[in-house]
Structures are given as C-alpha cells and as structure tokens.
Design a protein. Structure first.
Length: 62
C-alpha cells in the first residue's frame, strides 16, 4: 500500500477521470405542518386498513 492511497485526490472539471464519478443526489425539503399532518393521517389510515384486513382474514379463516 502506498502512502498516498489514503490521501483524497481532487478532480478538476474537465479532468479525464471525472467521467465516471456519478454521485447520488439527495434532496431534502422542509415539511410544513399541513403536509406533516397529511402524512401522519395517511399512516394512520394505512394502519387501520391493515388491521381491518387482518380482522377480515381471521373471521374468514376461522
């Protein structure tokens, strides 16, 4: 192992080796109170639907 293996190499735009450096792009955004309440309501609705399906399955099976 060379002593330069752990040294970061900065690649300048236009450098021949910058072609294969596709980096993932993560975008975050602020969530306002109305959006947060809607997200929480959807989660509760999904949980209720899953519970109802489990109850229906239990009644049908037994």
């Amino acid at each position: 192992m060379n002593s330069t293996d752990s040294v970061p190499r900065f690649i300048e735009p236009g450098d021949d080796q910058d072609e294969g450096l596709a980096l993932p792009l993560y975008v975050s955004r602020q969530v306002d109170d109305e959006t947060r309440r809607a997200q929480e309501a959807r989660k509760r609705l999904l949980a209720a639907a899953v519970l109802q399906q489990q109850r229906t399955d239990a009644l049908n099976n037994g």
